[in-house]
Design a protein around this ligand. Structure first.
Ligand SMILES: [Zn+2]
Length: 70
């Protein structure tokens, strides 16, 4: 199964899940529990995950209160 990156639109928590397309619709934020989750445009497993560079918007928002703009 592919790994998807998600961002919570409620608290901004970022997490990743290895789930099927079916399960994508049923996930909640592991931090605040809201089902308001946005799927982030993720770089698929390339072997070298650059955590700092995974989200282009981090440069603009310094990683605080990021709404991802997706
Ligand atoms: Zn949340």
């Amino acid at each position: 199964m592919p790994i998807f990156d998600f961002g919570c639109s409620h608290c901004g928590h970022k997490f990743e899940r290895m789930i099927s397309n079916e399960e994508k619709k049923n996930i909640c934020c592991p931090q605040c529990g809201t089902p308001e989750i946005k799927q982030l445009l993720s770089v698929f497993n390339t072997g070298s995950r650059g955590e700092k560079n995974a989200f282009p918007c981090q440069a603009a928002c310094s990683g605080n209160g990021c709404k991802f703009g997706l």
